[in-house]
Unconditional design. Structure first.
Length: 115
């Protein structure tokens, strides 16, 4: 069983920054890729950023230039650095790992951006 544990969320003012962490219970090199999703109140879940085994990254248009996804294989951790945060970034953020056969999800962590 793979466990993903998110941390680093909280309340921040508009224009501020936060860094989310996702710690995996096994080597992240076992996954094809990892993603951060979010679900805002009243909206569907959406992918925010992804990173594959080769280090290629992709971002949703809404966060390009403001968010950065990265990974540290020595710590089995994926990060999401968020800057210039906006109230519309308020959501529960989820870490996701693509294990080819199975997908794994973290429990989610709240990020609230006040105006």
């Amino acid at each position: 069983q793979v466990h993903l544990v998110e941390s680093g969320g909280g309340l921040v003012q508009s224009g501020g920054s936060l860094t989310l962490s996702c710690a995996a219970s096994m080597s992240i090199f076992n996954f094809n890729g990892m993603r951060w999703y979010r679900r805002a109140p009243g909206k569907q879940r959406e992918v925010v950023a992804s990173i594959n085994g080769g280090g290629r990254t992709d971002y949703a248009d809404a966060v390009k230039g403001r968010f950065t996804i990265s990974s540290d294989g020595t710590k089995n951790t994926v990060y999401l650095q968020m800057s210039s945060l906006k109230p519309e970034d308020t959501a529960v953020y989820y870490c996701n790992a693509d294990g080819v056969i199975y997908e794994y999800w973290g429990q989610g962590i709240q990020v609230t951006v006040s105006s």
